[in-house]
Write a protein of this length. Structure first.
Lengths: 458, 186
């Protein structure tokens, strides 16, 4: 029976030759990831169901990445990081990317130190989806389960990756397996290459606009076509990341040379390498539908509030006045996202309040090392008037506690490189969020209204 | 669960995402801590934009809701994987959400936690009902009806999902079917 890439991945994990769409299979899990928001609840369910002295199925396959509510004075948030540390110690989980270096310590945030003082230790890894890739925990052929909806990001590496709740995650912690219904797949054939000023974010917003905010519900999104080779690994992560914004269970790219090079390098650098297998879909696999997208014909777009499917060309929204711009998150806070943003704001000044949050400490290091015209990216951003933080994390992408860096605490209109624009997403319930690429956010920050970045390219 | 559920409905629209069900600022509450579980209930659906919710699901200062049933349009529960969402509704006393369609992770979390029944009704009843109307949900008969009997609609069968929720969620089901070892004597 001809298999889609998702079917191949689930069949492998279920120890079967083939699986059928709609079939429920019990699959092995290669990596379980959790973070500070859902980890403590997952641990609570694990202990309630398996007992206080229970052991996780395999501590080498559990990855714990605090990233959501870290740089806040909220005591419950700090307690939650301490809860993760206690569990990692108890279970011998070495892939716990703690906020602090002392395994016996307690995490306490110092608000008085200000956002430019880095407050975390050496192990801290930042936003989980970027960190999973950087630290070598994403591999072709595997099944990655995470307690976060954007776990689908890792589909960029040719694996099955999806988000679940605490109870499902606790089940995985105990038995190393999960029940999954095999989804049908929507196929997106990417042709050509993106024009200057058009980014991967525009590709996925275009797709979400086409299929709708629930158009891929219960389905897999599978990417194909010669255009994939023109997309960097980070581009593919951006596209897979927002699959869930169309309701998708997972979003997956076939692995190629670039994938393996990235995965091998990350595994080697972090001592996390292990053998993996690159799978490909069968040529005659059956898809729910196939959509051909000419990358060269796409233009910069924005998703208007109140949901990510309200997609229109940026050039049609120049009458939208902005109060704020925000660059950050698993979707739009990676190194290449800041590269594009910095190239546009270099030597100019933003017209509105603009916040920048690196996704990970590695992105921050990139900003401090990489240069453009003899100036570091960090200096370019600061000189342009961007309010930066040296504390990488999820920050205001999802609002968070009231003292979160960049949080919308009043009803502003904001252009953001993040992933969701539902009411209240970044804080204030009446705030209006326009989702856009880093290039569009940069051009708009300079203009003070939504702007087409092709007119602001250096 | 075979007894019909009768209660007052709280009506919302399309694409009610998890930030509207439980705003992210409350995610520091850990659902397995009893007091924090109850606190989550007090914030259920508190992220609805004020203009859309003249009445709150849970009255200010209380932890439970006078509404046992939430009625919605398409794609209820889209967004994050936070299990806090079905838990907040369940902790508030909501027994059933009836929607035209559900987002996948929310639907799965309802089943895994056993907190509430996610019921799909292909008829868009959120346009017919108003907050405060009384409704009866009969899962066994696969129908919902106005409590006064003046209208009724078929619902999509929940199949074995109903048994999982009735059993109390994923773990109860997994023990019954042998996926997880049964508990030894408590």
């Amino acid at each position: 029976m001809a298999q889609t890439l998702t079917e191949k991945l689930l069949a492998r994990a279920a120890g079967k030759d083939a699986v059928a769409t709609g079939e429920t299979v019990l699959t092995d899990v290669d990596v379980l990831m959790t973070h500070d928001v859902c980890g403590p609840g997952t641990i609570g369910v694990f202990k309630r169901e398996f007992g206080d002295s229970a052991r996780v199925w395999d501590p080498r396959r559990v990855v714990i990445i605090p990233d959501h509510y870290i740089f806040t004075s909220d005591e419950r948030c700090q307690r939650n990081v301490d809860t993760l540390r206690a569990f990692a110690n108890e279970q011998g989980i070495e892939t716990f990317y703690d906020v602090i270096d002392d395994p016996q310590g307690r995490w306490r945030f110092d608000a008085a130190a200000g956002p430019l003082t880095s407050q975390h230790g050496r192990r801290y890894a930042g936003v989980c989806h970027s960190a999973l890739a950087e630290k070598g925990h994403t591999r072709p052929g595997e099944v990655l389960i995470g307690t976060d909806s954007h776990t689908c990001t890792a589909g960029a590496f040719g694996e099955f990756a999806t988000g679940v709740g605490n109870t499902d995650a606790a089940f995985v912690l105990g038995v190393g397996k999960i029940l999954l219904r095999v989804p049908e797949s929507m196929r997106f054939v990417l042709d050509g290459a993106l024009a200057d000023g058009v980014m991967a974010k525009d590709v996925i917003l275009h797709i979400i606009g086409l299929v709708g905010v629930d158009g891929a519900t219960y389905r897999a999104m599978e990417f194909a076509g010669d255009g994939i080779a023109s997309l960097s690994i980070e581009d593919r992560m951006t596209i897979a990341n927002m699959g869930v914004e169309a309701g998708a269970k997972n979003a997956v790219f076939p692995a190629d040379r670039a994938t393996c090079d990235f995965v091998d390098a990350a595994g080697k650098a972090n001592g996390t390498a292990r053998p993996y297998e690159c799978l490909s879909p069968d040529g005659d696999a059956v898809y729910a539908d196939t959509t051909v997208i000419d990358l060269s014909a796409l233009e910069p777009v924005v998703a208007q509030p109140p949901d990510p499917a309200q997609v229109v060309p940026a050039r049609q929204c120049t009458d939208v006045k902005l109060d704020r711009a925000y660059i950050g998150s698993c979707t739009g806070g990676k190194g290449s996202d800041f590269d594009a943003f910095a190239a546009i704001v270099r030597g100019r000044t933003v017209a509105i309040e603009t916040f920048g949050v690196p996704a990970t400490p590695a992105v921050l290091a990139h900003l401090r090392q990489a240069t453009l015209g003899g100036q570091t990216l960090w200096d370019i951003l600061v000189d342009a008037g961007v309010t930066m933080t040296a504390n990488a994390g999820c920050a205001a992408c999802l609002g968070g506690p009231g003292d979160t860096f960049g949080r919308m605490n009043e009803p502003l209109t904001c252009i953001s490189t993040t992933n969701r624009n539902f009411p209240g997403r970044m804080g204030d319930l009446q705030g209006r969020i326009y989702l856009a690429s880093p290039a569009t956010a940069a051009a708009s920050a300079l203009a003070g209204h939504i702007a087409d970045p092709r007119e602001a390219l250096p | 669960m075979s007894e019909p559920i009768t209660g007052h409905v709280f009506v919302v629209g399309d694409n009610i995402d998890t930030d509207q069900i439980i705003p992210a600022e409350h995610l520091s509450l850990v659902p397995t801590v009893e007091a924090e579980y109850r606190a989550l209930g007090s914030f259920a659906l508190s992220g609805l934009p004020v203009a859309d919710s003249a009445e709150r699901l849970v009255p200010e200062g209380e932890q439970t809701s006078p509404y046992a049933i939430v009625v919605a349009g398409r794609n209820f529960g889209c967004g994050s994987s936070r299990e806090h969402a079905p838990i907040a509704l369940g902790a508030a006393g909501v027994k059933v959400v009836i929607a035209e369609s559900f987002a996948r992770i929310f639907f799965r979390n309802c089943i895994a936690t056993g907190e509430l029944y996610p019921v799909e009704c292909t008829h868009r009843i959120c346009d017919d009902l108003r907050t405060g109307d009384e409704l009866t949900v009969d899962l066994a008969a696969e129908r919902i009806a106005r409590a006064d009997g003046s209208a009724d609609w078929p619902i999509r069968p929940l199949g074995e999902v109903r048994d999982v929720i009735a059993a109390g969620g994923l773990f109860a089901y997994a023990r019954a079917t042998g996926l997880v070892a049964r508990r030894s004597t408590p």
